[in-house]
Structures are given as C-alpha cells and as structure tokens.
Ligand binder design. Structure first.
Ligand SMILES: [Ca+2]
Length: 453
C-alpha cells in the first residue's frame, strides 16, 4: 500500500481517524502499529490511500511508508506516553552520575556511580551521607565535566544477597608504553557489619585492559540472565578506529571494540565454554560480540532477555543494537548503515545492522537505555527508552520486525542544558535518568525517576 500524494491536500486527520477506526473495529492485533499511528495524528501532513490493510504485513508496510513520508514533512510530533520526571533524588553532591545498579535483595537501594570515583547509596529517594565506595585514589585524575575515563560501571553479583560481591569498572594509571591509562574490572565485597559500606580490603582485580587513548572506553558491566558478566569496551579511541593495521573493532586478538562475557567465579575469572570464539585461533576467548565503536550503556530486557546496546558513532550516525552471540556490529567497516573504512582482510559479510540509527542533526552521542518493564507507566511497557548526550529522549516501539522511533515527551524535564549520561532500572522495573546539568562552574549531577503524570 502506497502513500498517495493525490490526497495530500484533503483532510488528513480524518483519513487517519478512519484508519484507526478500521483498526479498532477489527481488533487488529498489531497494537504497536496502531499506537504509532495514533501518536502521529496530532499534526498530519501526509495523506494515505485508505484501502484497508488485510493483515499484519500490510499494516506494517503501510506504517513504515507512512512514517518515512511523515518524518520528511513535519518537524514535531507527540508521544502517546505523557510522563514526567521526579522526584529529584539529589542535586548538590553528585557530579556526573554514569551508572546505576540495584541489589535484588528487596532493600530497594540504588547504587549510583559518580564518574570521579565514588559510589553512593540512595534509599527511599535519599542519598546516604557517606559514600559506599571510593576508588578515586586508584584512578587517573578525571575531569568532572567532559572526560570519558572514570568510574564507569557497577554490577552486583547475581548472588549478592548471600555473597555480598560486586564489581566495578574504572580507569587507572598505566605505566605501559603507548597507554593513556588502563581499564580495570575489580571485585569487592560489602562490609560484613555495614550493608552500606564496601570493604576495600576485599579488592580482587579480574581484568586489566590497556587503553591507547583517553576516549572510547565503554565501561558498562552487567550480569546477564545466564549469570555471566558482560563488559563493554570501546575501540581504543582517538577517532576512526585508527590503532593497528585494521583497527581494533574487527581485530579478534584485542578486547577493544568488543563486548566480553566472563564468569567471575574463577581465578581471577574463567571463560564460559560456550563463548563464540573459544576455539578460534588467535581470538581472545572472552569476546562475545565485536565490531563496536564505543558501546555506551547496555541492558538486558527483563522479559525477552535480549541484550540492547547504544553504540556511539564517529561523526555522522548513532545506533542502537541488539547484541547476539558472536555478532559483528560492523565498526569500522560501517558507521550506522554507511560504509566507513574497510579494514584490509575484514569480513564484511554477515554484519548485523542496528535496530535504529539516527543522524547527527538529532544528537551527538547515544546513551543506551532500557526496555521498560515497570508497572506505573503501561504506555511504555515493552518499549526501549533511551537518549542522547544532547538531552534528547526517545523510545523505540517494536512493529513487526522493525523498531519505530518516537520522541519521549516528558512533562517537567529539567531545564537548561542537560546531558543524559546514563539510565537505570530499579527492582520494580521503573526507569531512572542520570544527567549532568552544565552552565554552572561545576557539572551538577542529578538522578531522576521517570514516573507517571
Ligand atoms: Ca554498528
């Protein structure tokens, strides 16, 4: 079914109403497609041929054609999910909150990582006065404003409730020639006598990765539903994946430009036997997926168990990927869907395209989020909520085998220039947005909960 331009001057809104009423009457199963159309009936600028779609395939094709046409003809549209942010957890003490973890022990505590090296506990929307952990003296000096190094990730052991173990990713000084710093994955335990303090004497280093540049460090660490730890590493930085003869993203002998999967219950860790490259010669066995530039924030959907990643682009395209075992996500062969710089000998077959990409007229650096699985905002259920460093927020809705993007409209979004640094998800599946607000002398960090209006 084609968008019919002959209709472009007639009452477009009524066409859409007819279409939706058809959908309603037939109890059409494609709820996502219907919702996507509904969101766009506020300002309709295109007409559509109203021959009735007969099945899911038709409605999805109709929708995709409609959406493409619509996007090129209209500058604003509205999301069905009208929500707002609050309560404000903290405005004074946190600077650059970049990661959040929850315990799963029913305490509803949030562990918030400050890039400069401290972890704070938030309980009942109040931040405790003493940090849970401070690793700043083991780190490189990190700028509070723009610096891609720092305390970048935290993950609590699946058996945290009984073994009190957790893991952090931070940027430490390196004496290795050619290194700017090294990424460290370390284990700690919570103090036996105080659930809100880490015992620094329990530190155990699992992995150290030399970093040739200060940027593109990935840094998110997340336990999968399989109990293994997934670790994000960028391509080594510097721009254009320029290190080595073929860059790092397509090079199996380095952990850079990859998502790793390890078993933390080893000495210092072990590699799961079913990792995809364990029997490939000269390949690092920790690799789970490759061809990534700077995976910045990953998450597992609580229901489908799929792994979502935001992969930060070079100069033109940001992307969202669903990460599969052994998958090649294309960098530096491609940036988004477009050719970038083909490394000699690289395999350009079987690249996995992003489920969504956007141009740099929309944003500058993607911040991967979560599939919403909370209860308080049913309109968001099953949708991937994410954002950009420039402060924009979107959601991706699945329509057939495609993901359709729309603006996430937030009622009382914090004012001024905000940078979305990260997202969090609590035990109940509710979402949090971790931001910096610039404009002051120091970057002020805040954590917002996304709640229903
Ligand atoms: Ca890619």
């Amino acid at each position: 079914m084609m968008v019919n331009k002959e209709y472009s001057e007639i009452d477009k809104r009524s066409i859409i109403k007819q279409y939706l009423s058809f959908v309603d009457n037939k109890e059409f199963p494609c709820i996502a497609a219907k919702a996507a159309l509904a969101r766009r009936n506020v300002k309709c600028m295109v007409a559509a041929n109203m021959a009735c779609p007969k099945d899911d395939t038709d409605i999805i094709r109709f929708l995709n054609e409609f959406v493409d046409e619509f996007r090129s003809s209209v500058d604003t549209y509205h999301s069905a999910a009208i929500i707002f942010a609050g309560p404000h957890i903290n405005d004074e003490q946190i600077s650059s909150p970049v990661a959040m973890a929850v315990t799963g022990d029913g305490s509803n505590r949030l562990f918030i990582c400050e890039k400069e090296g401290r972890v704070w506990v938030v309980q009942n929307a109040k931040m405790l006065s003493q940090p849970f952990l401070d690793v700043s003296n083991q780190m490189v000096d990190v700028e509070g404003g723009y610096d891609e190094r720092g305390l970048l990730g935290i993950a609590l052991h699946p058996n945290f409730k009984t073994n009190r173990k957790f893991y952090v990713y931070y940027s430490a000084p390196s004496r290795t020639r050619g290194s700017d710093h090294k990424s460290v994955i370390a284990e700690y335990q919570v103090s036996a006598g105080n659930a809100n303090t880490a015992d620094k004497s329990t530190k155990r280093v699992l992995l150290e990765i030399e970093q040739p540049e200060s940027n593109h460090n990935g840094g998110d660490i997340v336990f999968g539903p399989d109990g293994y730890l997934y670790i994000c590493l960028g391509d080594g930085g510097g721009g254009g994946d320029k290190h080595g003869s073929i860059g790092n993203g397509q090079n199996f002998s380095t952990l850079l430009g990859k998502i790793l999967r390890i078993d933390v219950n080893g000495n210092p860790f072990s590699v799961p036997k079913d990792n995809p490259f364990v029997s490939v010669k000269n390949a690092r066995p920790e690799i789970w997926a490759y061809g990534l530039r700077n995976p910045w924030r990953i998450s597992f959907d609580k229901v489908t168990k799929q792994l979502f990643a935001g992969d930060v682009g070079q100069n033109n395209y940001e992307e969202i990927d669903i990460i599969q075992k052994g998958g090649n996500y294309g960098w530096r062969i491609k940036e988004g869907l477009h050719d970038f710089k083909m490394p000699e000998g690289a395999n350009k077959n079987n690249l996995i395209d992003p489920i969504h990409k956007y141009d740099h007229d929309q944003g500058i650096s993607v911040t991967g989020g979560y599939i919403y699985r909370g209860r308080s905002i049913p309109q968001l259920t099953g949708k991937y909520v994410y954002g950009d460093y420039n402060g924009k927020m979107w959601l991706l809705s699945k329509a057939g085998n495609k993901w359709v993007n729309s603006d996430l409209v937030v009622n009382n979004k914090p004012g001024g220039n905000i940078q979305i640094l990260s997202w969090g998800q609590d035990e109940a599946g509710e979402l949090y947005m971790l931001i910096n607000s610039s404009g002051n002398s120091r970057s002020e960090g805040s954590v917002y909960k996304i709640v229903k209006k």
